[in-house]
Design a protein around this ligand. Structure first.
Ligand code: OAD
Length: 234
């Protein structure tokens, strides 16, 4: 039986593909106010601004390629049963070949009902020629289509599923997240004691846990090369 590898990823794994991170200098939250573009109140105040913000991120997707970090992670499915729990809303894990991805914060390529955002009946996968969404585009229940994104202050419907995978992990890996946003940042607490924990990030990340974390202080691609080497040795 293959061992279970659970991987928590954040914006840093997509940085080498050209996606902006949020909190690094020059990151998205330096250019936009979180309250304006990533809260239900911001959307209510100015749906046009929020729609345009996510349109601009979504329309970048076709020009981005998964990087070696995403690809090596997908290749690990040969050796492990891999579950990727990502905070990212891009589709680069899937495009690199990862077959089991849990998106905690939603997906840019989807829109949903603004009345019933989590009802699968109203979630629509957009084709690339539909990536520019307009105020006035309606979901099947007659409400305005909103981005399928989990905004600050909203529940994270996928968290229970993510927790149960963390509880079963044989190896846990964290890549490219500042661990600032909960509940994602708390997932490490569900990983059983004794399970090896690795963290790939070029910068120092404060891990609020007493456990031993094997830090690989590198970018995602180089860090993943080292992680693969360590798994081959171990
Ligand atoms: P952050 O921007 O907070 O953190 C990005 C992390 O990536 C930092 O620790 C960087 O050091 C690291 N990093 C930068 N370049 C890297 C590289 N080449 N390789 C690997 N790591 C690199 O992004 P997240 O932690 O993902 O939520 O942010 C979490 C959530 O906050 C996001 O999902 C988003 C945001 O607000 C919502 O919008 C709901």
């Amino acid at each position: 039986m293959k061992k279970k590898l659970v991987v928590l990823t954040g914006a840093g794994i997509s940085a080498e593909s050209g996606m902006s991170t949020f909190r690094d200098s020059g990151g998205l939250w330096e250019q936009h106010r979180v309250e304006d573009v990533a809260t239900p109140e911001g959307y209510e105040r100015n749906p046009q601004l929020v729609t345009e913000f996510y349109n601009s991120l979504r329309m970048k997707l076709p020009d981005l390629e998964p990087n070696q970090g995403h690809r090596l992670l997908a290749m690990l499915e040969d050796r492990f049963e891999v579950t990727v729990v990502t905070q990212n809303v891009d589709n680069l894990h899937e495009r690199a070949g990862s077959s089991h991805v849990i998106h905690l914060h939603g997906e840019l390529t989807k829109v949903t009902s603004s009345w019933n955002p989590n009802n699968p009946k109203y979630i629509k996968e957009l084709q690339p020629d539909e990536y520019e969404v307009h105020v006035g585009d309606l979901a099947a229940d007659g409400s305005q289509f909103r981005p399928f994104i989990v905004w600050f202050g909203e529940a994270v419907p996928e968290i229970e599923k993510a927790i149960s995978y963390c509880e079963q992990a044989d190896v846990f890996l964290i890549i490219g997240t500042s661990l600032n946003v909960y509940p994602a940042a708390g997932l490490l607490n569900y990983v059983p004691w004794g399970v090896p924990v690795y963290l790939i990030d070029p910068n120092n990340v404060a891990v609020s846990s007493a456990r031993n974390v094997h830090v690989i202080q590198k970018g995602a691609s180089e860090g993943m090369k080292e992680f693969v080497r360590l798994m081959e040795e171990g």
